[in-house]
Design a protein around this ligand. Structure first.
Ligand SMILES: NC(=O)c1ccc[n+]([C@@H]2O[C@H](COP(=O)([O-])OP(=O)(O)OC[C@H]3O[C@@H](n4cnc5c(N)ncnc54)[C@H](OP(=O)(O)O)[C@@H]3O)[C@@H](O)[C@H]2O)c1
Ligand SMILES: *[C@@H]1O[C@H](CO)[C@@H](O)[C@H](O)[C@H]1NC(C)=O
Length: 321
């Protein structure tokens, strides 16, 4: 009771609001997409997981810049709702929905086949779709579901679209990773669901580390092609990202997040910066923080030998042979 009284005291309320304001001012990115006039007319962009959260606002920005935007979503209903919203908000009717479940290699192959058949060019690919806290499951490809969703599916998708990206150069690949990659570990048996502990975001953290490692290696392989590949941290963003966690965890996330976390629109900024800004043209193999600054990723993500090995294992796991 005393605790409740204390918490409800006006001094508490006022200081929380003030602190929230200070946090808001401090975390403001040094780049404002609304002040950036780069146009994407005549360009084509794909954003995975574009029906909600961060992805929806990335797609919205590209549509506002006049791009042909492909929303790569797994649900027809949720995807169509976002399609309608983005078309209406931006007035751009060249926005389209294509279905893909990135956790399924077959679905990724089907999606890529259709893109290769229908699209003449591809200038931006944003690997945004991702999930945290998924319960343990092995997919029909024999892969652990969090790794399939956050890393191996997007890895295959990127590789299948690589020739189109090269032919459309200059082009950019952005992978939405997370600062959580710093707590991740590399153990190649994880991909098949071995030696994993399912405690809070442990598995998620591992998957986000592979995002950064393989993006760096991809960039090395793409030197001289005009295709850039970078990864970003979007910030701590109030989205549906914790939908697989308990009610208590979600309640706390939303309560604290209401005051202190970024909105999905703010969370989209570092990805948009990486995908369209003039400042980032030609930058490749790097990791951007949520305020758009270039920062070093975790030591494991800077080990070139590990990256070569990781990339090769991921290639093998996603190939048909
Ligand atoms: N929010 C944060 O604080 C935070 C922090 C660091 C990094 N991130 C990263 O930011 C990215 C976007 O997350 P968010 O916060 O916007 O979360 P979100 O609101 O949960 O949105 C995730 C998006 O990914 C899609 N998705 C999930 N699994 C998929 C699959 N198998 N196939 C196709 N699409 C799939 C979801 O589609 P459905 O709606 O159909 O499920 C949804 O569109 C993720 O990669 C996440 O790891 C987020
Ligand atoms: C995952 O990463 C986050 C952010 O760095 C960290 O707070 C959390 O403790 C990590 N989870 C585990 C289980 O290591």
């Amino acid at each position: 009771m005393i605790l409740m009284d204390l918490l409800c005291h006006p001094v508490w309320a006022i200081s929380t609001v003030l602190l929230a304001l200070v946090v808001r001012l401090q975390r403001r990115a040094k780049w404002d997409p609304r002040a950036c006039e780069v146009t994407l007319k005549g360009k084509t962009a794909i954003v995975t997981g574009a029906n909600t959260g961060i992805g929806k606002f990335i797609a919205m920005d590209f549509a506002r810049r006049g791009a042909r935007v492909i929303l790569a979503c797994r649900s027809e209903a949720r995807g169509s709702a976002a399609l309608k919203e983005i078309r209406e908000t931006t007035g751009n009717s060249n926005v389209h929905l294509r279905l893909v479940d990135v956790s399924s290699l077959d679905s990724v192959r089907e999606f890529a086949d259709r893109i290769l058949a229908e699209e003449k060019a591809l200038h931006i690919l944003v690997n945004n779709a991702g999930a945290s806290g998924l319960p343990r499951e092995i997919t029909k490809d024999g892969l652990e579901i969090s790794f399939a969703t956050n890393h191996l599916g997007p890895f295959l998708l990127t590789n299948l679209l690589l020739d189109l990206l090269k032919n459309s150069a200059p082009s950019r690949i952005v992978t939405v990773s997370s600062v959580n990659h710093k707590k991740g570990q590399v153990d190649f048996s994880h991909f098949r669901g071995e030696n994993l502990k399912y405690h809070m975001d442990t598995v998620y953290n591992h998957t986000k580390l592979h995002n950064v490692i393989c993006t760096t290696e991809l960039a090395r392989r793409l030197q001289g092609t005009g295709v850039c590949a970078n990864s970003v941290h979007p910030g701590v963003v109030l989205t549906e990202v914790l939908r697989h966690y308990s009610l208590t965890v979600r309640f706390l996330f939303n309560l604290i997040g209401f005051f202190f976390f970024k909105s999905p629109e703010e969370g989209a900024v570092s990805s948009i910066y990486c995908a369209v800004a003039e400042d980032t043209e030609g930058i490749t193999g790097k990791y951007f923080d949520s305020d758009c600054s270039l920062v070093l990723p975790a030591p494991l993500a800077r080990d070139p030998a590990l990256a070569v090995k990781d990339f090769e294992i991921c290639e093998r796991l996603t190939s048909k042979l």
